[in-house]
Write a protein that binds this ligand. Structure first.
Ligand SMILES: [Zn+2]
Length: 473
């Protein structure tokens, strides 16, 4: 089997064929850095980390680009309201650049803990304003955008017949009726901002052909993907909630400016809920990763996330994570032990059972990154691995270790064998010596014909499930 990806364009699984045989150009919408990372970030970026890791494993040279939104993302995702960064900076009473930088650092700190590999290129929106201005100008030149007397630039969605091709939204059906209520400088309420004039206390602002302002949120992804990939790239990822208007707008901007298809495969991960309800700051059920990691190991959280397919919702609750804790810890111990033992000199022997695990795991990953099946294979393997270890059946240890390594490379775990287990093998040796000593004492007692005490010791040990045999005198 070969890799099949569910494409949001066609709404079905399609065979993955990259533009360049050896390289995959992957773009995932990055975070807006105005607050601490939460379970929603953990879910989304873990899922796309696995996509990236699997493509790596298949031998592609993956160029993974992610933006850092440090300007232009407005509250409520509409074209009204304040910039999220500016609003939070005002609240925290710091410079908006400092605020964005602070939360960008925190974001990476927590992504690192989750074992998420850093993107090949992580690009701050504020670092690419000239590219965005150039792109906006080319959309204006092609007649798909207009500049208003207030210095705003809007994309004219009615001029683009293909607008809505990702989300399936038809402008007439969904948006009529809203027209009367919108009182701004837009020609049509559906038009979205490419450039906003900086009014009031806007600190993050740049000169442009249309006056001093800042970019709209959607334009950064179009400008950055063009900057690093060119006109068309392979895979674009993001959250389901970004299909409209964000991704629809990215497509419109890029395809008008470049005159080429924007992206071949669009992937969307589903959303998270907390204890069955939508997560939101205002709902008071917002779980930050800082809070979550106080209770749970980040790798356990990663395991929990991967129990769900990326296109299915995940419901986070402490109880649900707790339920897979023992299972994960057990696997962590077994796999960690295999990693350690495989350093020894053993022949490489293949077992049919292990080959089957490997094949089932890979075919699950080929099937649109089916991590629930892949983690179930991991669990099945842990049982076989436990047997290999308990029987000291180390013929298969090298083969078992390549499977452990495959799980680590693709799913991003780092299995560690807890050294306290080493102490337990030490204590096994100690127990052995102790039993030898007791046995010797009993031999002496029986030699002295003190059968009562000798039998008492034997019976008490039997009660503890320790069988001790009488040695011949
Ligand atoms: Zn984006």
């Amino acid at each position: 089997m070969a890799l099949n990806i569910y494409n949001s364009f066609s709404r079905k699984k399609e065979l993955f064929v990259p533009i360049d045989k050896k390289q995959v150009k992957l773009y995932v919408c990055g975070p807006t850095v105005y607050g601490p990372p939460h379970v929603g970030h953990a879910r989304s970026y873990t899922n796309f980390d696995v996509v990236r890791r699997y493509l790596d494993y298949l031998g592609y040279n993956v160029k993974y680009v992610q933006n850092i939104t440090d300007v232009g993302h407005l509250v409520g995702d509409s074209d009204d309201g304040q910039d999220k960064i500016l609003a939070q900076a005002t609240k925290e009473n710091i410079d908006p650049y400092a605020l964005a930088y602070k939360y960008e650092n925190i974001y990476f700190e927590y992504m690192d803990k989750l074992g998420i590999k850093r993107p090949t290129i992580s690009a701050r929106a504020t670092g690419f304003i000239p590219e965005m201005i150039e792109l906006v100008q080319s959309i204006i030149d092609k007649g798909f955008a207009y500049v208003t007397s207030e210095g705003n630039v809007y994309f004219s969605v009615h001029k683009l017949d293909s607008y809505g091709k990702l989300s399936g939204r038809k402008l007439e059906n969904n948006l009529s009726g809203e027209r009367i209520t919108v009182a701004d400088d837009k020609e049509n309420p559906e038009d979205f901002a490419l450039w906003k004039s900086a009014v009031g206390g806007h600190i993050m602002k740049w000169n442009s052909p249309w006056g001093v302002g800042y970019p709209g949120w959607h334009i950064e992804c179009s400008a950055l993907s063009k900057r690093f990939f060119g006109d068309t790239f392979d895979i674009h990822g993001g959250g389901l909630d970004n299909i409209f208007p964000h991704h629809e707008s990215e497509i419109a901007q890029s395809e008008v400016a470049n005159g080429k298809p924007f992206v071949n495969y669009f992937m969307h991960n589903n959303l998270v809920t907390v204890n069955g309800t939508k997560m939101g700051k205002s709902l008071g059920n917002f779980i930050t990763l800082e809070q979550l990691f106080e209770t749970f190991n980040p790798m356990l959280v990663r395991y929990f996330i991967l129990q769900f397919h990326y296109r299915k919702p995940v419901d986070f609750s402490y109880d649900a994570i707790e339920m897979v804790k023992i299972q994960y810890n057990k696997m962590n111990e077994i796999f960690g032990k295999i990693k350690k033992l495989s350093d020894g000199e053993y022949n490489e022997v293949e077992s049919a059972e292990l080959v089957d695990i490997k094949e089932s795991f890979i075919s699950a990953m080929d099937d649109d990154f089916n991590t629930p099946v892949a983690t179930a294979e991991m669990l099945r393997f842990s049982k076989i691995a436990a047997k290999i270890l308990s029987n000291n059946n180390l013929y298969y240890i090298k083969e078992a270790n390549t499977i452990v390594k495959m799980f680590e490379d693709i799913l991003g775990f780092d299995f560690t064998f807890d050294d306290t287990n080493e102490n337990s093998s030490q204590s096994n040796e100690d127990n052995e010596k102790l039993l030898d000593l007791i046995s010797d004492i009993r031999t002496k007692l029986r030699a002295e014909k003190n059968y009562a005490l000798s039998d008492y010791i034997r019976d008490e040990l039997n009660k503890l499930d320790i069988n001790i045999r009488d040695k011949k005198i």
